[in-house]
Design a protein around this ligand. Sequence first.
Ligand code: ARG
Length: 250
Amino acid sequence: MKKLFAMCLVLVMMLTAAASAEGNKLIVGASCDFPPYEYYDGDEIVGIEVEMLEVIAERLGLEFELQDMAFDSIIAAVTSGKIDVGMSGFTVTEERKLSVDFTISYTKAKQSVVVPAKDSKINEIDDLYTEGATYAVGVQNSTTGDLYITADVEDMGLLLDIQRFIKYPDAINALKSGKLECVILDDQVAKAFVAQNDDLKMLDTAYADEDYAMCLAKDNPLTEQINAVLQEMLEDGTMQAIIDKYITEE
Ligand code: ARG
């Protein structure tokens, strides 16, 4: 009996140790260039996912530390244990599931195309697929926006000039200065950048339905704990209330 108790104790200790990298502190990595999900308001990182994380941490009784990093380094940081959670408007994909576990999904997105407001040569998505088109297309490295168009270029032998950026503001600036002819990114983020830049607009058609979730190392028991809170937040209206603070559907 005593032995069983001791074994249980060891197991609990092991689970607790696995649950967080540093005592009770959750280390979370995000690419904070992604309004309205995670972005800078002055020196402060704010947004839908940041507020969601605050609720999760509070309900689990954990502290958290948010680290701003390059989007394309987050999954490797999760798998190597450098961070506990990747939270960055991550689209759940089968490919990513090979290296990480995803939480349940808390919101949906689509891919959109942003072009100059005036004299854009690209007027619909199909223009990117016209034979011989050589448009300069900006994406964030390793995002689904990147992966989809890159796959199309390879599969269909397109001649598009795909330019990969580490942070979205650099892609947006390249578009504004005429170095790019469009940027492909998630719809609400596209909307946010267009709202800040009246020389840019979004094409009407969005594509690729996506689910956002957080990612953790495979078999991390924390995933289940976070899922329980996320489920609660989806059911008690907390998640919708946070989204409504940042996104007003017209
Ligand atoms: N949803 C897209 C993906 O998972 C883009 C995410 C980019 N996130 C960011 N915080 N910059 O690939």
